[in-house]
Write a protein that binds this ligand. Structure first.
Ligand SMILES: Nc1ncnc2c1ncn2[C@@H]1O[C@H](COP(=O)(O)OP(=O)(O)OP(=O)(O)O)[C@@H](O)[C@H]1O
Length: 309
């Protein structure tokens, strides 16, 4: 069997009166960032809380480095670092006091704590705030300390639940850079409800909607999926449909009005240039051209309807 860092198998969870997630399967076998994307209430936090041993699932299994969370929670949790959506920061502690406390909660041997805390502070860029109270740190630095507590015991897997939520744009950029950095030598699962954030940060994407996975593949595969496949064009002196079909790559021609036409094509980014070239050469007087981008809502809808319920 392959050596998986994480295996989530057929995971389902029911709160008192409704299923929050159903039949979730995720496998991660290498370092890097996996994005868990879903709108509010989709089931991201539920999945992450179970994955990190903070919530007991109704059905299914979670294995961390081959250890079943149900069988040996302490051993499995040793391999996980978790930054929940509302980080458990004790605001009246200093950065050092807090990280020392977290390291001892993680059962690090006393003699290793100092080095481990120093390493985590350095990696997260908070060493110069060692003696500052958490309540006197900005949101971005608090989040860095939250990430430092998640890596202080050098886990193989770090789980970050919407870590950029509530940060300002500069802080978001810094925290993203930090996440990229810590993912160089461990697997990171990162949740967000913002597609563009997952696109810039993650190697793989798992989309979850209404508690079910609707897409799970590489980011490249996802980007191919959402690439525009049609464009809207306005010609002053429109050509015939036949003339347009002769442009290599055009699959379908759809006249909306006498001068407005939607051209369908297959995954070829240079098609717009060919249309412009043909228009100039043949005097069609192109007035407007725009690629039809599928909206995120539309993608969710398409993907959701593909899953079997
Ligand atoms: N403690 C709870 N008791 C009952 N229902 C809950 C509880 N926690 C979450 N839910 C419900 O389970 C579903 C999934 O919630 P979850 O928090 O996992 O989603 P999410 O994708 O993390 O959303 P958000 O981004 O808003 O946190 C939602 O319908 C939510 O209302």
């Amino acid at each position: 069997m392959r050596d998986l860092i994480v295996k989530i198998e057929n995971l389902s969870h029911r709160y008192t009166n409704a299923w929050a997630i159903r039949g979730i399967n995720i496998e991660i076998d290498k370092t890097g960032i996996v994005g868990l994307l879903g709108s509010n209430g989709a089931g991201k936090s539920t999945t992450m809380n179970i994955l990190c041993g903070a919530l007991n699932q109704t059905e299914g299994n979670v294995y961390i480095q081959g250890i079943n969370m149900r069988d040996d929670r302490v051993a499995a949790k040793r391999e996980i670092g978790f930054l929940p959506q509302n980080p458990p920061l004790y605001l009246d502690l200093t950065v050092d006091e807090y990280l020392n406390y977290c390291a001892s909660l993680r059962l690090l041997p006393e003699e290793r704590i100092k080095d481990a805390v120093n390493e985590a502070k350095e990696r997260c860029g908070v060493q110069h705030f060692s003696n500052r109270l958490l309540q006197n740190l900005s949101g971005g630095y608090r989040q860095r300390v939250g990430i430092a507590q998640a890596i202080v015991h050098r886990p193989k897997l770090v789980v970050l639940d919407e870590p950029t939520n509530g940060l300002d744009p500069n802080q978001i950029i810094e925290v993203r850079a930090l996440i990229r950095e810590i993912a160089l030598d461990r697997a990171v699962i990162f949740s967000s409800h913002v597609l563009s954030e997952v696109q810039v940060l993650c190697r793989d994407i798992v989309m979850i909607e209404n508690g079910r996975i609707v897409f799970s593949d590489t980011m490249d595969a996802f980007n191919n999926y959402v690439e525009p496949h049609s464009m809207l064009i306005h010609f002053e002196i429109p050509p015939s449909a036949e003339e347009l079909r002769q442009i290599p790559g055009i699959a379908n021609v759809d006249f909306l009005t006498q001068r407005q036409v939607r051209l369908h094509f297959s995954g070829d980014q240079e098609i717009a240039e060919r249309v412009v070239e043909a228009s100039v050469k043949k005097g069609w007087r192109l007035r407007e051209i725009s690629l039809d981008k599928t909206s995120v809502d539309e993608i969710f809808k398409q993907l959701s309807s593909k899953t079997t319920h």
